[in-house]
Ligand binder design. Structure first.
Ligand code: SF4
Length: 491
């Protein structure tokens, strides 16, 4: 879309709104020409009386105009937010008039729509006030506003249970048996990178050992730990045993208040009784089995080499191992899936009795096979039908939503929602999505997030992205841990 912008520096806000409202359109800046088919002209003016935006938006042969004006108040930071809101709402309202569409999350463009709820509750607001704010100020549809209030409230409650020295730990295993069609993660297929696994485990063990010592010296407490990927169970039972042993030994008393240890056993074709026994022996209390679908055709379309029957076997094996909680994941909008197919997949997960089910909406990332090869996927109406079925079906079975996030390029601009039965919520999911505490990450691609106890300051450091580079750069891992220690020493 051609963008002609006068009198404003808020290109980021304009581009985020464009991505939200017109997902296929890329921004091109310059004067609008008669031959341009889709365009927007922003005339922005700030004077002593406030901030004014005049917008003309043209798409599919129709043009609409919108004007918005507001007095700016407060600090420079607050005024910045007000400018962004005026531009974003003007763009949204023009879009809605032009297309007649109502995006489910209104003009919100961020990954955490329930953050506004958690903030409102922290400032003494009520859930009803938070819901009204989402609907009237951000044009969020009533069902999505209600959803955000539920998950935002869960985050608010979880925050109340965290002390200033509480942190979470993430251990990343960036290997998978094969690569899924929708994946853009740096995860390596073990078929192609078998030789990298053992050196990776060596480097990871060292990084965890150093991290555990540091956490003990800083007097921090781990409240939740999560081993994810990739697919951690791609490792052998002996490799998993080694990593978990190092973790326990090096963190020692810093794990005394730990409330959960979760391991993703994502791909059913990696789950064996031997590996589950190792997890059980190390006190893992939550295992995540991620079928994504229970439909044979869909599994094939996304590049999984296992059948629904193998998922069933993996689920039964995991249930027999006796973990306190089992998490499962489904994805709405996968290639070759249909609303009927999704219903069957969901019904099977519910029958299995998982405590925790995350319903993702397919998000297409650059580098995924679906985009590279143009694999057809269900349209927004089918995606909406699947999600509309999931929500009441889960509630009927006693589940409530407890965490929520959005990603760029999600089918139909919807969301990912974690559902759980009472007391079944995975705390790590809430901590990370709502940025409630620091996350100390180990492994390739790990992003360590340092969150000040008042949550007003967040810093990040990143580990090398790829397994080989990760194994070869221990100095970078130590530098990241030094940054983490310095953050806490300065507090
Ligand atoms: S299991 Fe997850 S990380 Fe591994 S290839 Fe599939 S989508 Fe990517």
């Amino acid at each position: 879309m051609k963008l002609e912008v006068h009198g404003c520096e808020e290109r980021y806000t304009i581009e985020q709104s464009l991505l939200n409202l017109f997902p296929g359109e890329l921004p091109v800046y310059g004067p609008v020409q008669p031959e341009d088919e889709s365009w927007a002209v922003f005339d922005c003016l700030e004077d002593n009386d406030g901030y004014q935006v005049d917008l003309r938006l043209s798409w599919n042969g129709r043009t609409v105009s919108r004007q918005a004006r507001q007095v700016l108040t407060g600090t420079a930071f607050q005024r910045e937010g007000q400018r962004r809101h005026i531009i974003g709402s003007c763009f949204f309202l023009a879009y809605r008039e032009l297309t007649g569409n109502q995006p489910p999350w209104g003009m919100l463009t961020g990954v955490r729509p329930d953050k506004l709820v958690t903030e409102a509750l922290s400032e003494g607001g009520t859930p009803e006030e938070a819901r009204a704010l989402l609907e009237s100020r951000y044009y969020v549809t009533p069902p999505r506003a209600a959803l955000a209030v539920e998950t935002g409230t869960a985050a608010f409650q979880a925050a109340g249970d965290l002390g200033p020295k509480d942190i979470a730990v993430y251990i990343g295993i960036p290997f998978c048996p094969t690569r899924c069609a929708y994946c853009s993660f740096v995860s390596q297929s073990v078929e192609r990178s078998f030789a990298l696994v053992e050196p990776y485990v060596d480097a990871l063990a060292e990084e965890i050992a150093a991290g555990g010592r540091m956490v003990r010296e800083l007097g921090l407490q781990v409240r939740a730990a999560y081993m994810g990927g990739g697919t951690p169970t791609t490792l052998t039972a002996a490799q998993m045993d080694r990593i978990l042993s190092v973790y326990e030994a090096s963190f020692g008393p810093a794990l005394d208040a730990c409330r959960e240890l979760t391991v993703e056993a994502g791909r059913p074709d990696t789950i064996t009784a031997e590996k589950l026994a190792v997890l059980k022996a190390h006190g893992v209390d939550r295992v995540s089995v991620n079928p994504q679908t229970m439909e044979a055709e869909v599994l094939q379309a996304i590049g999984r080499r296992h059948s629904p029957g193998e998922i069933e076997q993996a689920m039964e094996l995991t249930a027999r191992a006796g973990f306190r909680h089992i998490n499962m994941d489904l994805i709405v909008g996968l290639p070759a899936d249909t609303p009927e197919g999704f219903r069957r997949s969901l019904a099977r997960c519910l029958e299995f009795g998982t405590e925790n089910l995350t319903v993702h909406t397919l998000a297409l990332k650059k580098g995924s096979r679906i985009l590279l090869e143009g694999v057809p996927i269900p349209g927004p109406d089918a995606v909406a039908e699947m999600l509309d079925h999931a929500s009441p079906a889960l509630r009927d079975h006693g589940y409530a939503p407890y965490y929520l996030y959005r990603q760029k390029y999600m089918s139909g601009s919807f969301e990912n929602v974690g559902w759980s039965i009472p007391d079944g919520a995975c705390l790590y999911n809430i901590y990370i999505m709502s940025e409630l505490c620091s996350i100390l990450s180990f492994g390739a691609g790990g992003s360590t997030k340092m969150v000040a106890p008042d949550r007003r300051r967040i810093q990040r450091v990143f580990n090398p992205k790829y397994p080989l580079e990760y194994s070869q750069r221990p100095e970078k891992l130590l530098a990241n841990q030094a940054a983490f220690a310095a953050f806490y020493q300065e507090l």
